[in-house]
Design a protein around this ligand. Structure first.
Ligand code: SAM
Length: 385
């Protein structure tokens, strides 16, 4: 068998080279923005939140995200020259902020694997929103390197972190990360983040029925009353390699029902428009929110779509602008950057691309065949979660 058709290569349709060129007309000023932060897409959704993937590499091999049989030592990760430099990321981020972005989340891959990530954080921490405030600057990490890096991240200007943790039981956790990484080290990372004040901290747990759903209550018990918000994420049909099946999805409604049996909950209001999680507070004996006991969240991206107020744009490791986690193509902003575009042209391009947006994949999913388009979906590790 020739290498080109080895089983490793065939299942993963490589979408990374298929970026859409930004049409020349999009570079011209004339979009309905921006000074007042009123840029909106065709469905009236504002651009508020930018997720930036800083590397396509990860030190975990969670089967729902970067399964080992595909992402092995022969996998062709992006070469360094393909990655946006910190200067390029900062320049693009500045244009996004000019258009109303208030929150930037660094992600990956595993963002703490990007060398000198603190330098990028310092640059982004200097940006100011249209209202003159610092950005809500955060980072999503698997926590493996957090104990070592928390102090430097805080000093560079990072405000808070979200840590992914799928189980407290060490055997279950090692099985899920598939690199035999111990849970204690992630817990130590969370503690270090808490100590240096990288908060409020959120912990994300992807729930897979039959794999880690027995960990729901132990995880809730562990984080209750700690000031850390635990969020349960439905296993999503992102990418083409994680063997997603609806049978493996444990609906958020069931997560809530299980926790309610142990501790009564009260529904809380969203803390911001477009928030991904539905919030629930632990109730006191009067049925009101017991603030000291804290809250949990559920992200029901499969069973309850939330495209209506989606305000997120995603910038991939090599500078493609994606308008949806489930899209199969992004717009090539790196080509503009490296082709000499001015700041005004970059800003116009982003504004026009956003202004033309009308996707709402999650809402339409129910009407599509189960595997519709899945082979053409970009991987989570590339686009950033
Ligand atoms: N490496 C970092 C981490 O582990 O948090 C950041 C990147 S990771 C792709 C971002 C988030 O996406 C993590 O919380 C991860 O659990 C989640 N994720 C990845 N694949 C997923 C899937 N198929 N369904 C739901 N969440 C997923």
């Amino acid at each position: 068998m020739s290498e080109r058709f080895s089983p490793k290569v065939v299942p993963l349709l490589d979408l990374r080279t298929g970026a859409l060129a930004v049409p020349a007309a999009a570079l011209r000023h004339g979009h309905p923005i921006a000074g007042a932060g009123l840029l909106q897409d065709r469905l009236g959704r504002h651009l508020r939140d930018l997720r930036i993937s800083v590397t396509d590499r990860c030190n975990f091999r969670c089967s729902y995200c970067m399964p080992k049989d595909i992402f092995d030592k022969d996998y062709a990760y992006l070469p360094h020259s393909a990655l946006l430099s910190f200067e390029e990321i900062e320049r693009l981020a500045r244009q996004f902020v000019q258009l109303g972005v208030q929150k930037i989340r660094l992600t990956g891959g595993e963002p703490l694997l990007r060398k000198n990530i603190e330098v990028l954080i310092e640059k982004l921490a200097r940006l100011r929103t249209l209202e003159g405030r610092p950005l809500d600057l955060t980072l999503t990490t698997n926590g493996a390197l957090l104990a070592r890096k928390a102090g430097a991240l805080k000093a560079a200007g990072l405000q808070r972190v979200t840590v992914s943790l799928d189980a407290l039981d060490d055997a279950v956790f090692r099985h899920m990360n598939d690199v035999d990484f111990p849970v204690q080290d992630v817990l130590a990372g969370i503690e270090a983040a808490q100590q240096v004040g990288l908060g409020p901290i959120k912990v994300n747990m992807v729930v897979k029925r039959g794999t880690n759903d027995q960990e729901i209550l132990p995880m809730a018990r562990h984080f209750k009353g700690t000031g850390i918000a635990l969020r349960f994420i439905e296993f999503m049909d992102v990418g083409a390699t994680n063997g997603w099946r609806m049978d493996d999805v444990l609906p958020s409604s069931e997560v809530i029902a299980r926790i309610q049996q142990e501790w009564p909950l009260v529904a809380l209001k969203p803390s911001s428009k477009g928030e991904t999680a539905q919030r629930w507070g632990y109730a006191n004996t009067l049925g009101a929110h017991d603030v000291a006991a804290g809250e949990i969240g559920v992200i029901s991206s499969v069973t309850q779509a939330f495209c209506g107020d989606c305000n997120r744009a995603r910038l991939t490791t090599e500078g493609q602008l994606y308008l949806c986690l489930f899209a199969s193509q992004g717009y090539d902003l790196r080509a503009l950057l490296r082709g000499g575009a001015t700041d005004m042209e970059l800003e116009s391009a982003i504004a026009n691309i956003w202004g033309d947006r009308s996707d709402r994949y999650s809402e339409l999913r129910g009407a599509l065949p189960a595997d519709a388009g899945s082979a053409h979906r970009v991987e989570m590790s590339y686009i950033g979660g």
